[in-house]
Design a protein around this ligand. Structure first.
Ligand SMILES: NC(=O)c1ccc[n+]([C@@H]2O[C@H](COP(=O)([O-])OP(=O)(O)OC[C@H]3O[C@@H](n4cnc5c(N)ncnc54)[C@H](O)[C@@H]3O)[C@@H](O)[C@H]2O)c1
Ligand SMILES: [Mg+2]
Length: 405
């Protein structure tokens, strides 16, 4: 669908109207709402609101899925009135997107202390009864939402959290004021503008050509392993962050970085996850786990990873008291990296060149001649023929084998 946009461009002394795609008109509309408080207030009149309580979204259950109900402005005003609240509270809402028909979407938290109204936060049980839904922790709900709604609610939560945590100017100590859309906050005394921020995080799936390296932190759910992740340090490039994080966490050097994709991740504080594949440097497959950062790390064979991807009940404890090896759910970018590796375990040519950082470029053939020690046995990979004895490494044994400080 395309629309003629009211934006006119001047070309060769006469006005012409460009044919703009639905996507372009939508992004221009959102831009306008962020810049123009009056336009945004007007959009609230016809828009839809998603409700939160202390950063947990309001959800209704339908069969195996959660659905986030939308509310109109008039419904919200009635609700606030019923609970003896000031409708001024609606000023706390943030713009999170719009439909192709330009219905603007907002998010409002009724549990956090309001910066626009003096009234106390609303009680969760009473609200849940009134709204016929439940406020469910986003981390738990994420995997039972469809992808679009999961992304929308993640954005909403990140923005609501940022506003809640940035109500004062760090220079003057004065309360800052948000614009109607919530795309910024301004200090009235010195005019400093604060914009919502994300922390860049690199997440890397390291492979030795036949196996991939997965790790877990003690805070992960039992049995879950993921790719190596870490916050970028200030002044660092993405490539430098990948090299440093892998070295810091598992004591290995990598090369042949390949960018895969990126993802906004709202937990715990809004990160931009930048996902890459990397190949470990030849002769460097022995993991040295940094126990200050990780609980365990191990190399996993292709078969093990394929089996883990099929696991349906990750939390089920086994009879021997251990938990089966399982992987992050579909919505996490770690899952996508792992799935890509399963589909193409031999790494394609690199896109993110790391050559300038030092590591020499080594062909897969050369890399595959390396010796690796696995479970106390010396195994040898010859050329691209995989001769590594891919023994079934249970979590139990893997953890004990590679836990070294
Ligand atoms: N979406 C996914 O698939 C996925 C997978 C793995 C990790 N993650 C996310 O990646 C993030 C980083 O992973 P990690 O915990 O292994 O990082 P990490 O290895 O850098 O270790 C975290 C530690 O780094 C320090 N740190 C440095 N800069 C920081 C900053 N800006 N914010 C917070 N802490 C900072 C803190 O001491 C913190 O304890 C986590 O928030 C995690 O939720 C997402
Ligand atoms: Mg880490």
């Amino acid at each position: 669908m395309s629309l003629y946009c009211g934006i006119a461009c001047r070309r060769k002394s006469f006005w012409c109207y460009r044919l703009l795609s639905t996507y372009v008109t939508k992004t221009r509309y959102l831009f306008e709402l962020k810049e123009d408080d009056d336009a945004c207030r007007k959009a609230q009149q016809t828009g839809a609101f998603y409700l939160f309580h202390n950063l947990a979204p309001l959800l209704q259950q339908s069969e195996h899925q959660y659905l986030p109900p939308q509310h109109r402005l008039s419904e919200l005003e009635k609700l606030l009135d019923k609970f003896g609240q000031d409708t001024q509270r609606i000023e706390d809402s943030v713009l999170i997107g719009c439909s192709e028909q330009h219905e603007a979407w907002f998010a409002l938290d009724l549990g956090l202390n309001s910066s626009s109204s003096v009234n106390a936060s609303l009680q969760k049980p009473e609200l849940e009864t009134e709204l016929k839904g439940s406020f469910i922790e986003l981390r738990k709900a994420l995997y039972r939402l469809n992808v679009k709604e999961a992304s929308l609610l993640s954005t909403a939560q990140a923005l609501l959290r940022w506003h809640d945590a940035h109500q004062f100017c760090s220079r003057s100590g004065q309360p800052t004021k948000k614009n109607v859309a919530g795309s910024k906050r301004v200090c009235p005394s010195n005019k400093i503008i604060y914009y919502p921020q994300m922390a860049p995080v690199v997440i890397t799936l390291v492979s030795d050509g036949t196996r991939c390296l997965l790790a877990r932190q003690s805070s992960f759910p039992k049995g879950m392993y993921s790719a190596l992740a870490g916050f970028c340090d200030i002044g660092e490039t993405l490539e430098e962050a990948v090299h440093r994080e892998v070295a810091e966490e598992v004591g290995l050097e990598v090369e042949r970085l390949q960018y895969s994709a990126s993802q906004h991740w709202p937990f715990p504080n809004s990160s931009l996850m930048i996902a890459c594949h990397a190949i470990v440097k030849p002769g460097q497959t022995e993991i040295q786990v940094n126990l200050k950062e990780l609980e365990a790390a191990a190399w996993f064979s292709h078969d093990e990873v394929v089996t883990a991807l099929k696991r349906n009940h990750p939390y089920a404890q086994q009879q021997d008291g251990t938990f089966p090896f399982w992987l992050p759910p579909k919505l996490a970018i770690a899952h996508q990296l792992i799935r890509e590796w399963v589909e193409k375990p031999t790494c394609p040519p690199c896109l993110l060149s790391s050559d300038h950082l030092g590591p020499s470029s080594v062909s897969r053939r050369e890399g595959a001649h390396q010796r690796s020690v696995e479970k106390g046995k010396v195994t040898k990979a010859v050329s691209n023929q995989i001769h590594v004895k891919a023994e079934k490494v249970s979590l139990h044994t893997a953890r004990h084998l590679y836990q070294q400080s």
